[in-house]
Write a protein that binds this ligand. Structure first.
Ligand code: ADP
Length: 376
């Protein structure tokens, strides 16, 4: 029998809010989405009260999960800071961090180690793959880089945190939904030897698109912590494109060991990449380097290379800014067709030149993470 919204409301009516009334009467619930036993909604409160509400969020989640037929309950606590109000104290490990919708750094002060979330047990290094804007090949690079790292003998996971437009289901061809283990944690899908999780496995792309800014952080925190990742050397996080508040909050709250920035050679993309660098610097996440994607055009027939975008811009920019340059990936039809058919090029042409490039980039990333991975 399918789960109804009324069942969800009935279960929430039994949860008391800190305001002394039932959660359903506290005027804090967003619209409730129920699809195929998966329940999503947010509890929207003032940031100053966020701490008191965290246990209510957890109780609400347990209540919803107890409804027969519910497979996933993702309940976000979203907190807005009132103008002029003091920042709330940072949350401790686990659960959901309140996210600000305002145009200043998230609570705790940018870069403050206090504001950072705790490490994720079993994962040695979480790294972000980011870009200043969409369409530069960030997701394609994130997946192929993850495969390159796998080829180097590492245990690798991929979290598609691009909640506005999750593309990992398309890039990997995964159509299944994650199952729950006995602890009610989601089991990541395994494809190409990678542990993979994407919000796109849970909701239709259109649904993901309408998520409000503050919910992004909460949903991603849950995908980081409520997923049974197992033991991983590296978890690659495919970030939402851009350098807005959601990305800044993410960069600060996900326990990142480093970030890889993807740019194309064009000036405009480089300006955006610079913003990305500045964003990670602000929150003290080391930039592992810049990758120039669609660096030059490589003819699929004769192999001739044409620098149609004035290639090399990202390398110069990296040198200028004093961050490592990780490599150049050509604009090549094989990269596009393999990605778009769910069989990425490192997997489909492991002995080809493109796979070699991604592995070289992977090797440079691994080198920089050596200390953390080896320590684990
Ligand atoms: P983003 O995550 O930055 O939005 P995607 O990874 O989805 O970008 O890539 C956008 C499009 O560009 C996709 O169709 C992808 O297959 C294609 N693409 C990405 N990198 C390359 C490349 N090096 N050569 C050819 N096509 C590419």
């Amino acid at each position: 029998m399918s789960v109804t919204q009324q069942q969800v409301l009935d279960s929430l009516a039994k949860v008391m809010s800190p305001r002394g009334v039932a959660l359903t009467n506290a005027n804090v619930l967003s619209a409730i989405t129920v699809t195929d036993g998966k329940v999503f909604f947010s509890i929207n409160v003032d940031a100053a009260e966020a701490r008191a509400w965290e246990s209510v969020r957890a109780q609400a989640e347990n209540a919803v999960r107890a409804i027969p037929g519910v497979s996933v309950a993702m309940i976000a606590l979203t907190a807005e800071r009132k103008a002029g109000a003091a920042a709330p104290p940072p949350r401790s490990a686990g659960g959901v961090a309140p996210a600000s919708t305002h145009r200043h750094p998230p609570q705790g002060g940018a870069g403050s180690p206090m504001a950072r979330q705790a490490e994720i047990p079993g994962i040695s290094a979480v790294i972000a793959v980011a870009s200043g804007k969409g369409g530069v090949g960030k997701s394609t690079t994130a997946l192929n880089l993850a495969l390159g790292l796998r080829d180097l003998g590492l245990r690798v996971g991929l979290l598609d945190a691009d909640i506005y437009g999750p593309s990992v289901p398309r890039l990997t061809g995964i159509r299944e939904k994650p199952q729950l283990n006995d602890d009610k944690k989601m089991i990541p899908l395994n494809r190409f030897g990678l542990a993979i999780m994407s919000i796109g496995f849970l909701v239709e792309e259109d649904t993901a698109m309408i998520w409000r800014g503050p919910m992004v952080m909460s949903a991603i925190t849950q995908m980081l912590r409520d997923v049974a990742w197992g033991t991983l050397d590296v978890l690659v996080v495919d970030m939402p494109p851009g350098t807005g508040d959601a990305q800044l909050t993410l960069a600060q709250n996900v326990p990142l060991k480093g970030a890889v920035i993807i740019s194309t050679p064009q000036d405009l993309s480089l300006i955006d990449a610079r913003r990305g660098l500045a964003m990670f610097k602000k929150v003290n996440v080391p930039v592992l380097g810049i990758v120039e994607n669609m660096s030059y055009f490589q003819c699929p027939h004769c192999g001739t290379r044409s620098d149609i975008f004035g290639h090399g811009g990202a390398r110069h920019e990296a040198e200028r800014l004093g961050v490592p340059f990780l490599g150049e990936i050509p604009l090549h039809i094989a990269i596009r067709t393999s990605s778009d058919s769910g069989n990425p090029v490192v997997e489909s042409e492991p002995d080809g030149p493109h796979a070699a490039i991604y592995r070289e980039i992977g090797a440079k990333v691994r080198q920089q993470l050596q200390g953390v991975i080896a320590a684990a």
